[in-house]
Write a protein that binds this ligand. Sequence first.
Ligand code: ARG
Ligand code: GLU
Length: 719
Amino acid sequence: MKKIIIPFLIFNFSLLTSVKADEGMWLPMLLKQLNESDMLKNGLKLSAEDIYSINKSCLKDAIVHFGGGCTAEVISDKGLILTNHHCGYGQIQAHSTVQNDLLTNGFWAMNQSEELKNPGLTATFIIRMEDVTAKILSGITDSMSDALREAKINEAIAKIQKEAVAGTHYGAFVRPFYYGNEYYMFITEVFKDVRLVGAPPSSIGKFGGDTDNWMWPRHTGDFSMFRIYANKNNEPADYSPDNVPYKPKYHLTISMKGVEKDDFTMVYGFPGRTSEYLSSFAVDMIMNESDPAKVKIRTTRLKIIDEDMKASDKVRIQYSAKYAGLANYWKKWQGEMNGLKKLDAVNKKKLLEQDFLLKVNTDDAANAKYGKLFGDFEKKYGEFRILNKQRDYFVEAILGTEAVTYALGFTDVIDALKSGKKQADVQAAIDKLKTNAKAFFKDYNASTDEKVCAALLKMYSTDIDKKQQPEIFKEIEKKFKGDFEKYAKEVFSKSIFVSEIKINEAFEKMGKNYKKIEKDPIYQLMISCYTKFSKDVRPQYTALDDQITKLNGNYMKGMRELITTKKYYPDANGTLRVAYGKVEGYYPRDGVFYNYYTTLDGLMEKENPLVDEFMVSPKLKEIYQKKDYGPYADKNGELRIAFCASNHTTGGNSGSPVLNGEGQLIGTNFDRDWEGTMSDIMYDPNQVRNVVLDVRYTLFVIDKYAGAGYLLNEMTLVK
Ligand code: ARG
Ligand code: GLU
């Protein structure tokens, strides 16, 4: 017996203390306290104050939250910013037409007057952050009801935010950290005139497409460039031809030295969302139920769309962005499931829980606070997983029919008309629907959607318990004998929501005729499913979710109190973070090792003139043949494209600067490796790698490929 127990304890102990330098997304203002010495030991040549300071300009002042979902970095004193191609994709697409296809051909402004404006796009700087926990939680007690607690917290947040920026042009927001155990406020400066400067063609910026997405080794030149404009006072302003390039407090210098194995790296950006402190019950639900269900539904949906895209160029263009979006997370969830399985994640979580309980049980006070925690988790997840499945199926399978989601957008107007509001009063809302209709039908193919509808409803009816199905499924059973293809055919032939002509006719008589819309078969399908969801799923789901969040908060509090051998970083929540690690390859599976960098030779090996995703432009080939790499080649004369490193990143880190020990830019983050996609839930230092575009390839493309080398003149390059 002893032989078994001893290794078990050692293993357990190593789990607790295994906070490797690589794991974690740290708060910039706490680096000094929590990470500086570790970072210095690992190769940082700066102080924490150089990375984040409120007293002097620092790296932080070059980091931009780009459009809310990505990161960008300032690389010149004229407000030039660098991000990913896939982050600027929407803007590049918006400027594209069939005659002038910037996605296919790329775009380069040859001077500032050629830069393109992008309504709605913002670039946000963080002026400073502040721990406001004490202010938010003062007066909050354990005995308060949940509703009162929430109201008090929201009231305090609103007050602090308002006071913090009164009389300035700054914004402020407060976010909970560690499941509400702490609160931090962020003061922001939001620029609204952000212009497109340049983007490579998709054959470079999206090379490898969905096939290579979430994978290493990678050869994608995933970058695009924008410029921030300000008014004459260097402050944010709406677009105006009078605006001038923004003068940043700090811009990154760019290293031409490249990276070598084991070099220190850090990533500074805005990671979106992680859940590293879940209970074993949650991880079990995600990897064994939720991820597989979502993957299953999207597999069916993507297969149908793919077949139609292959059969028609029109459909291919209509669905390319939608397909990429659906495929991105479809692929990510599969990687996540595999990774969690390989890690034996549920059992690892259980071991952590056992360790926690051991501590809890030695202390009466702790036992009173945390003794029932896992029993509570188990009970709540017993109920929650049923609701979660229904929610997943509603979102992915029911709303997977585009026409159903589209019809859902009409309910507010119909409700307003029904409740007796005059058409004139709801006209603004109707006008908005009209504008949306144009955009919707531009990229809509009804016959594809009909096939998706039949397949997804069928899947819903087999996978979801009969008692939990919306009323309409009984009718389909009765009238169509469960033949969903026949049902979809009939519905799609009659509905106004699948035809631009019919919907435009309906707009003309919407005021009196809303009853006709209510009788529309797609509308009825939508209403039946939506009503069921809003009555029997959403409220219960939300209530349980809140209760579970509270349990998580308690668990988090207990871990920080009782297991003090570990440093805890807060889960990603779209706020500014620093991750650090080193340049290194990895063993993805037995007998296979992946090197840490890729080259243009590797891109040429992947070339396939018959497959869109792997076509190489003649110009790039010509440069390759001449080996005309200029100062962008490495010491062996190779042109490196990408490298991978062990920085802990997630969605939202796309476009983030990857910096060396001196704080110089060495690359732009754009993806994660397939074997490491579970790091949003559990990190594994042996498998998790962030995927980075080598900045020398970026400069090479701008200079040698695009002939926009003039842009390099405003950058600060270090040889
Ligand atoms: N996987 C990357 C991220 O999560 C890039 C996605 C864009 N590229 C694509 N081929 N769909 O966003
Ligand atoms: N491509 C992701 C993004 O858009 C980053 C990859 C990841 O999730 O790590 O943010």
